[in-house]
Write a protein that binds this ligand. Sequence first.
Ligand code: F6R
Length: 250
Amino acid sequence: MRIYEAADYRGMSRRAANIISAHVILKPACVLGLATGRTPVGAYQQLIEWYRKGDLSFRETRAVNLDEYRGLGPGHPQSYRFFMQEQLFSHIDIRPENTFIPDGLAPDADAECRRYNEVIRTLGGIDLQLLGIGRNGHIGFNEPGRAFELETHLVDLSASTRAANARFFPDGAEIPGQAFTMGIKSIMQARRILVAVSGAEKAEIVMRAFTGPVVPGVPCSILQLHPDVTLVGDRAALAALRKTGARICG
Ligand code: F6R
């Protein structure tokens, strides 16, 4: 595993965007696995800037997102489809038909999970999967549990995840209790994984993820078993990991 430390969120975002753009430049038709949440927003802004300058094109690129709330459609401001349009897709030249996110309104959840697994397979798998980490160790919406769930599935969101995500919803709005998420196997089959972390509140889970035991109770700990993981973080998020003696590049 490579670990890169940046001074702050801006530097971390720039480093993450650098790694993503390198993939797009070297393989324009690559398959990017993308994430929502607060962490990747700065990297997306950087990619948009490079696209606007003419340094980067996503014309051939395919994007497959990790997850979507059940019950929220693409027009809902808190849906992940809406987020991706706002934060990235509508500002770059990616073809809409090359962007994939689970359908939060699908009436048959099992059929939607099967469809999404097939989407990933048909794309030929994921070249680079971008991940954030939840404070409880979730990746995608793979919540702490008793087993690593393998493929796309419907999850009941934990109270802590719903509380953490309440910041994205207007006051008093109902936060969905379920979400579709890619499974651990789909994530682990990505050829490369890029984990982005920022802020002191992630320090402890980052340390446990990469130095603790590999257990389903800490879903991100499975990343220790992936052969090609790059972790980019700001100083605050990497502080506890650094204390364990992990080798960190500047
Ligand atoms: C988002 C996702 C989540 C987030 C995680 C961290 O698509 O799958 O696992 O990556 O909750 O969220 P932030 O970046 O908001 O701290």
